[in-house]
Design a protein around this ligand. Structure first.
Ligand code: SF4
Length: 408
């Protein structure tokens, strides 16, 4: 009997340089995010891009929807560089991108990639002209593009033609399958047109965004089988909180497991006044939990059960996790490789020691009725037992000492 213990080999795609970041061609899967500030608000946008980058976003997309926003872009880039934030910026355009980029060459130069939605570049004859202009501007400024098809703004003419052909066929497919085909064809036909206009395949990233998990899996699996363009994955309108996290992880996890996907974005709807960087954290945790990349040490904690009635172990796990998150920007520089660290915080000595032994450093706190002692395991061996009021503080110190010794 054989078990699948790893994702399938990564699909070979064209490598695309987006500023200093490589997407595709076997490069590590890139985490990206998008601001929700008005781009014309330079202070607000600079602050959010910097926060997203600090959280780990390797590309940040900003909306460029009008002249004020386009004029703000070079100033945003300049301010970010002055702050030492060198993250590639992607401009998101709809309908008037050709005009904004043409009239604002500094904006066109400051951006590292242009996102074009073929369903939103205009209608009928104007659409071809506007799409061509955008591609010509990308060629002129030596920038890559993402041809990002979204099921909510699908090319109407293409969809209608495919629906008509389907109705006239002897074996008509479901409307859902025709919609999938329209999304895939919209992406591939637009990419072929961009290449005809002179844009290299190594300047094109494709995405096909839908809002349902099964649609995302079906569309991206098929799209990947028909081309070797780099692929951006993301579930659009994923939703808020756990719903958005679960849906994005389930959908992208299935596609990534097949070796498909070169960059991901988790499109979470933030809570009112919520933290925009949450989407970056979720994207990193998805890639790390699947074994694709390591970003931050993992703190494994048991869920707790009737054997432990105190919240001490939950508080300790949270405390250690927060300490790691806060210190990671410094630790990343100071302790190369620290992101691969595994810490375990367990709630009792029934299963705790076994789990702790599998971590680099782990602790089993006393459960209900157990001796108030907490054995600590380091690299699979018992390294000591903590007791008394200072268990949490002492374990903190042991974790920091371990990091210093192993990665310092
Ligand atoms: S380690 Fe102990 S407290 Fe935690 S879930 Fe397992 S049995 Fe329950």
């Amino acid at each position: 009997m054989s078990f699948l213990t790893a994702p399938l080999p990564r699909r070979i795609t064209k490598a695309v340089k987006v500023g200093s970041v490589t997407v595709g061609g076997g490069a590590p899967i890139v985490v990206q995010s998008m601001t929700n500030t008005d781009t014309a608000d330079i202070d607000g946008t600079v602050a959010q891009v910097a926060a997203l980058h600090k959280a780990g976003s390797e590309l940040v997309r900003i909306t460029v929807d009008r002249d004020e926003a386009a004029k703000a872009v070079p100033r945003i880039k300049e301010r970010l560089l002055r702050l030492g934030v060198d993250v590639p910026l992607v401009g998101d355009f709809h309908y008037i991108g050709h005009k904004l980029l043409g009239e604002n060459p500094d904006c066109a130069a400051a951006l590292d990639k242009y996102r074009i939605n073929p369903g939103n570049v205009g209608f009928k004859a104007r659409r071809d002209k506007q799409f061509s202009t955008l591609i010509e501007l990308a060629i002129q400024h030596d920038k890559p593009v993402r041809i990002g098809v979204n099921w909510g703004s699908l090319d109407e003419e293409l969809l209608t033609r495919l629906m008509d052909e389907n109705s006239a066929s002897d074996a008509p497919r479901s409307a859902q399958m025709v919609m999938h085909e329209a999304i895939i064809q919209s992406a591939l036909l637009s990419a072929a047109r961009a290449e005809e206009l002179g844009l290299g395949a190594d300047k094109i990233i494709l995405s096909a965004k839908v809002s349902q998990v099964q649609d995302l899996i079906a569309v991206n699996t098929e799209l990947a089988s028909r081309s070797d363009y780099a692929l951006h994955l993301g579930l659009t309108e994923a939703g808020m909180g756990t719903k958005g996290i679960v849906a994005s992880s389930a959908a992208m996890g299935m596609v990534l497991q097949q070796g498909i996907g070169d960059t991901i974005r988790v499109s979470l709807t933030p809570e009112p006044n919520g933290d925009r960087t949450r989407e970056v954290q979720v994207a990193q945790e998805l890639l790390q939990s699947m074994g694709f990349r390591s970003f931050i040490p993992i703190v494994a904690a048991c869920p707790g059960c009737g054997r432990t009635t105190s919240t001490v172990f939950q508080e300790l796990a949270q405390d250690i996790q927060n300490d790691i998150r806060t210190n990671m920007p410094i630790w990343r520089e100071k302790y190369p490789g620290v992101e691969a660290l595994n810490v375990a915080v367990m709630g009792c000595i029934v299963n705790g020691p076994g789990e702790s032994k599998h971590a680099d450093i782990g602790i089993s706190l006393p459960g209900t009725g157990e001796t108030p002692a907490a054995p600590v395991f380091i690299d699979g061996e018992k390294a000591g037992t903590l007791r008394g009021e200072t268990i949490a503080a002492d374990f903190h110190t042991m974790v920091r000492d371990y990091i210093e010794k192993r990665f310092g």
